[in-house]
Design a protein around this ligand. Structure first.
Ligand code: KG4
Ligand code: ZN
Length: 333
């Protein structure tokens, strides 16, 4: 079965080809028009998706050495994400499905991230814990089996990726903030500035990141004007460290509660090398297996959407043409 995967939920236009469950090609175009605005501009994102989607799909097919007529089904993100951006991908998928007279299936973007580790490893076993860390979500899921999920932890305010993006803006760095903070942290001392792991009232498993961003703001305000640049790498390294420590603190707590020792860490923030290092140390301490997808499957991509659809399409599960995009789509708990 040849599946064309399509992902346009935010600022990546992506298409992938999955043949009998294996990813054969994955093309990702990251829109750079947003960088000058310091964040994603929804209208710009929609226009960029519209301008590029057809050539991205054609390139994915070309790299897989296939033609449009070889596609058996289409999997497309229909939420969560930016409404206009989702509409472009979903309508393109519907049009192609009608034209080729093949089924299509709407996929939840978060479900794509949950399955992204299976693209490159077959060692990850059910049940597993998935720490999902993106620009919009920070959650710990228990994936019991295909389509069966339990939510153990969620953020009560900002997501970890958002904390990186907002922190980078405070430090005068570019967008997206995660890679910028990681880059500038390299020359910095992560113990130079003291931040503490935020606690969440009523549920110690949950995350909160908005206070860290405020703490960073106070610290930058304390630094005399003109000296910020000199201290920026220490600030970035200390801020990065506390975000990572907070993520791993909650992961350890959920592990202690569930004792599930297969763990997957996915989403854009999972691309952070310091995070990967510290998670590996934790996996030794806890005697667990922690899996990270290769970097290209951490940030948004269509390969994970195609992969998440494979079992469902194989079992004959399809979407109807009246499927609407849903910017606030959630996973069942
Ligand atoms: O999964 P993703 O590509 O898109 C969403 O579904 O949101 O995640 C994007 C987020 C952004 O907030 C970005 O700053 C963060 O992932 N990110 C990183 C790194 N690369 C991307 N955060 C920390 N370190 C990185 N290397
Ligand atoms: Zn994502």
């Amino acid at each position: 079965m040849v599946i064309l995967g399509i992902e346009t939920s935010c600022d990546e236009t992506s298409a992938a080809i999955c043949t009998n469950g294996d990813i054969i090609s994955n093309v990702v175009y990251t829109q750079e028009e947003h960088n000058k605005f310091g964040g994603v501009v929804p209208e710009v994102a929609s226009r960029e998706h519209d301008a590029n989607i057809h050539s991205i799909v054609s390139t994915a097919l070309y790299r897989a050495k296939l033609n449009y007529s070889d596609i058996n089904a289409i999997a497309v993100t229909y939420g969560a994400g930016l409404l206009g951006a989702l509409i472009v991908g979903l309508n393109y998928a519907k049009g192609l499905a009608i034209g080729l007279n093949i089924p299509f299936l709407g996929i939840n973007h978060l479900e794509g991230h949950l399955y992204s580790n299976f693209i490159s490893t077959s060692n990850l076993q059910y049940p597993y814990l998935c720490l999902l860390v993106t620009g919009g979500h920070t959650q710990i899921w228990e994936v019991k089996s295909v389509g069966e999920y339990v939510l153990h932890s969620n953020t009560v305010d900002d997501a970890a990726g958002e904390a990186f993006d907002k922190g980078a803006r405070l430090l005068g760095l570019g967008y997206p903030g995660g890679p910028e903070i990681e880059r500038i942290s390299k020359g910095g001392d992560s113990k130079f500035y003291k931040f503490s792991i935020p606690h969440v009232k009523n549920n110690p498993l949950n995350f909160s990141f908005s206070g860290l961003k405020t703490a960073l703001l106070y610290k930058t305000n304390e630094i005399p004007k003109g000296e910020l640049k000199k201290n920026r790498s220490h600030l970035a390294a200390s801020y990065q460290e506390i975000i990572i420590d907070t993520l791993l603190n909650r992961l350890k707590k959920v592990y202690n509660k569930t004792k599930i020792n297969n763990i997957s860490i996915t989403g854009g923030v999972a691309a952070n090398k310091r995070f990967r290092e510290k998670a590996n140390l934790l996996s030794h301490d806890l005697n667990t297996s922690i899996y990270f997808p290769p970097l290209k499957y951490c940030t948004d991509n269509a390969a994970m959407i195609a992969k998440a659809s494979y079992q469902k399409l194989l079992n004959g599960i399809n979407s109807h043409l009246d499927l609407e995009p849903n910017p606030n789509l959630v996973l069942n708990k």
